[in-house]
Structures are given as structure tokens and as C-alpha cells.
Design a protein around this ligand. Structure first.
Ligand code: SAH
Ligand code: TMP
Ligand code: ZN
Length: 406
């Protein structure tokens, strides 16, 4: 039996997705025969309440000089991180010469806002290509993985931080005890660590199982985060639900006893009890819902195929790798996936090898249906695709439920 990565309690996985490739591993035809796969199983630890991947590929296989995800490709995300940065500056960088550190700073989407106004900052970003994009914009960045040792080095060289920030990266890191110990060292006594990640409550409520892929080793709740940081003399003092990535939660962590615990923390914990995020039955039910979602989506796609309809995937998201591989979607069902990121174009989707093409290929010859892999960007996407819909194009969506939408 696998053991919980947080508290070492043995647990039984509640779902097995089968063999999965690297979600962001868009590849060329020459690379097909050496493609890497791992067995993707997920489990729930009833002791510390952490939901987690049983097995995760080595970190160097996912985060490297060819990392395909550039945060700044989404205008919505640029705006989101500007708001996050502004709030941080206003509420937490009020002492003289403040210092802000970001873990997983990618192409500088968040830190740009501090660099622009001359606030002392440091980005920690192990994927060399995205880190270089930030450095080119004048953002201080080290190309390393964050852990306790790196935290110690930063403190020695630059002192402690007023705020440490992280988005969509904590859930990527299996060695969270080292990270939490690093936060304990890096934060000033009055400092805060604010991070956000896809929220387990949203995944359960929306059956958004495509949040589960190699990089996402954990699916957090207030309960599991409180357990983890509690072991490092830190505590959750506030939580703020975020309407990004299909439902995220921002957690505010401080040294124990330093800040008042907000009402929102208590309320969210109560909500988690109502949702049953502490019960194994909830995850049994989630597995059933995931299987049902797969069946319904495949019924639609095989129907379209029989009718000779053209279906194109919209946005080659990392999440789409789980859906295409788990459901068994082929190039015969989905002609290609349209994506705006240059390094994905001309390549093939991981595992299923569906061609990824430039956005123009979508616009130049609208399909009958677009399979919305970027459902978390639905608002932004629908707003700019009026012409597609005017041409009679329809959307196939699968979160929160499977349906065809005009
Ligand atoms: N914060 C950005 C990027 C999220 S993608 C956003 O929300 O859009 C996750 C990023 O974390 C990747 O760029 C990856 O290279 C980086 N990363 C992965 N493990 C890390 C670690 N241990 N320390 C710091 N960064 C890490
Ligand atoms: P993610 O942020 O959900 O992982 O998805 C990002 C991918 O979606 C990225 O490759 C760019 C692509 N994308 C489009 O192709 N068109 C769009 O309009 C949006 C918002 C994203
Ligand atoms: Zn545990």
C-alpha cells in the first residue's frame, strides 16, 4: 500500500486512470517511440485529509529548459496576478525596503508588477526557458527548485521576506515538508506566505478530473493545508476562493500566533465538512462521476464521428492530456487541437498524438464543433469566438457536466 506523502499513513488509491504521459510533454513524431508513461492513481489519506498522486515522474522530467507553459499567454491571468500583486503590496509590503519572493515565478507574470515599481523581489523558477523570459524582462530570478536549503541561502544573502507568494506550484511539489520548513525560515516574524492552487472542493463539485495530471501531485483543502503547516509552527490565517483555473483557493499562512484567524477560515472548514472532503465515500462517489463523465463525452464524440462532423479541440491545455488519454480520444474524433502557444504548434498531444496547430487553422476553416479543453478560460474564449458561433459552430464541454452548447 502506498504511504501518505504528508503523514506516512498507508492508504488505498480510489481511482486508477491508467498509463499517462507527461501532461505538458507536447512532442514531435520522432519522439513517439520513446515517450514516457506512468501509472496515474489517486488516493485520499483519511488521517491528514490530503488527496494525492500515488506515483509522480521525476521533477526534471516535467520542469526543464523546454517547459511548455508560459503563464503570460492568458490575458485573464495577467490581470489576475496584477490584482494579487497589488493586494500584496498594499497589505503586506508596508515596512521600509520590503522584500517579496515568489516560488514558481514562471515568465514573471506576477513579479513584473513589483519590478515595475522598484520593489525588491526574487523569483524562484527551475524551468530555464520560462525563467529566462522573466530575466529578459528585468525580473530577478534564480533557476532553482525551492526547498529548505534554498530558503536558507536566500535569507543569508538577501534577508527574510515580508511576503512569499506562489501560484499553481505548491500542488506540484511532493517534498512539501521541506518547502514548509523553508517558509518558516524565509518569512519575517510578521510576514505572510500566500499561495493558491486548484481547490479540491471545486474538483469534487464539478467532477473536473482533468485537474489531475503528472504535475499536480496534491489536491488541497483547508483541512489538509492546516495539517501540513501546523507541523511547522505555521497556521492558516485566511482563505480566499479564486475564480481562476476552474476554481482555486488562496491560503494565507503566517507564523503561529502572529495574526488573527479570519472568519473565512472557519466558514470554509465548515463547508468542507458539508461537502464531505474528510470522508472516503466522497472520493468513491467522485470516481463514479468521473467514469460517467468519460462515458458521456465518448458517446458524443463517437456520434459526431459517425455523422462525419468535424470536431477540433480548443486549447492544448495540460489538463487536456488527462481527458484525451483517459477517455481514449483519437485523431479520428478530434482532427487537431488549436493552440496559441508557439512551442506547442506543429507538435502532437502527449500520449494520444493528436496534431496541435496554430489558432489560424481554427479560424480559417471553422469546424462543426469545438471541444473546449480550455473550459477554465471559457469566458475569455467565448467572448472572442462570436464568429465561430455565428458560422453555426457549437461547443462540446465536459465540466461541470458533459453537453453540447450553442
Ligand atoms: N505561477 C505561475 C506558473 C505556474 S506553473 C502561474 O500560476 O501561472 C508551475 C511553475 O512552477 C513552473 O514554471 C515550474 O517550473 C515551477 N516549479 C516546479 N517546481 C518548483 C519548485 N520546487 N520550486 C519553484 N518552482 C517550481
Ligand atoms: P491552461 O492555463 O489551462 O493550462 O491552458 C493554457 C493553454 O491554452 C495554452 O497553451 C494557451 C491555450 N489557449 C488558447 O489556445 N486560446 C485561448 O484563448 C486561451 C485562453 C488559451
Ligand atoms: Zn496523510
Amino acid at each position: 500500500m502506498p504511504q501518505c506523502l504528508i503523514c506516512k499513513t498507508p492508504y488505498e488509491p480510489f481511482i486508477d486512470f491508467g498509463k499517462m504521459p507527461i501532461a505538458n510533454g507536447f512532442l514531435t513524431a520522432e519522439q513517439f517511440d520513446k515517450e514516457y508513461f506512468f501509472e496515474m492513481k489517486v488516493g485520499f489519506c483519511s488521517n491528514c485529509k490530503m488527496v494525492q498522486l500515488v506515483e509522480q515522474p521525476d521533477r526534471e522530467m516535467m520542469f526543464h529548459e523546454n517547459y511548455a507553459f508560459f503563464s503570460s499567454t492568458s490575458t485573464r491571468q495577467v490581470q489576475h496576478f496584477k490584482e494579487f500583486a497589488d493586494l500584496t503590496a498594499k497589505e503586506h509590503l508596508t515596512l521600509t525596503d520590503p522584500f517579496v519572493v515568489e516560488i514558481g515565478s514562471n515568465d514573471g507574470i506576477m513579479l513584473q508588477n513589483f519590478a515595475d515599481v522598484g520593489i525588491r523581489h526574487l523569483g524562484i523558477e527551475p524551468s530555464a526557458n520560462v525563467a529566462q523570459a522573466a530575466i529578459d524582462k528585468g525580473i530577478e530570478t534564480v533557476t532553482e527548485f525551492f526547498d529548505e536549503k534554498l530558503a536558507q541561502t536566500i535569507v543569508e544573502k538577501q534577508g527574510q521576506a515580508d511576503a512569499v507568494l506562489a501560484a499553481n506550484v505548491m500542488c506540484h511539489i511532493p517534498y512539501l515538508h521541506s518547502v514548509a520548513a523553508g517558509i518558516k525560515i524565509l518569512l519575517k516574524p510578521t510576514g505572510v506566505f500566500m499561495f493558491e492552487d486548484p481547490y479540491l472542493g471545486d474538483i469534487v463539485e464539478k467532477t473536473s478530473y482533468d485537474q489531475i495530471y503528472d504535475e499536480h501531485v496534491f489536491f488541497f483543502s483547508v483541512a489538509s493545508i492546516s495539517f501540513l503547516f501546523g507541523q511547522h509552527d505555521l497556521e492558516v490565517v485566511d482563505v480566499l476562493p479564486q475564480n481562476v483555473h476552474g476554481g482555486s483557493m488562496r491560503y494565507v499562512i503566517a507564523h503561529k500566533g502572529q495574526k488573527q484567524i479570519s472568519q473565512a477560515v472557519i466558514q470554509q472548514q465548515e463547508k468542507e465538512q458539508q461537502l464531505g472532503l474528510h470522508l472516503p465515500e466522497t472520493f468513491e462517489k467522485l470516481r463514479q462521476n468521473i467514469e460517467k463523465s468519460r462515458e458521456e463525452l465518448m458517446n458524443i464524440l463517437t456520434d459526431m464521428q459517425k455523422q462525419g462532423k468535424r470536431v477540433v479541440g480548443y486549447a492544448a491545455t495540460s489538463k487536456s492530456t488527462t481527458v484525451t488519454n483517459y477517455c481514449g480520444i483519437t485523431e479520428e474524433m478530434v482532427e487537431f487541437i488549436s493552440d496559441t502557444t508557439p512551442i506547442k504548434q506543429g507538435k502532437f498531444s502527449p500520449g494520444t498524438h493528436i496534431p496541435v496547430r496554430a489558432y489560424n487553422d481554427f479560424c480559417d476553416n471553422y469546424p462543426d464543433y469545438a471541444l473546449l479543453f480550455g473550459w477554465n478560460h471559457a469566458q475569455e474564449i467565448m467572448a472572442k469566438e462570436e464568429k465561430f458561433m455565428e458560422s453555426g459552430g457549437k461547443w462540446i464541454v465536459y465540466v461541470p457536466s458533459v453537453k453540447v452548447q450553442e
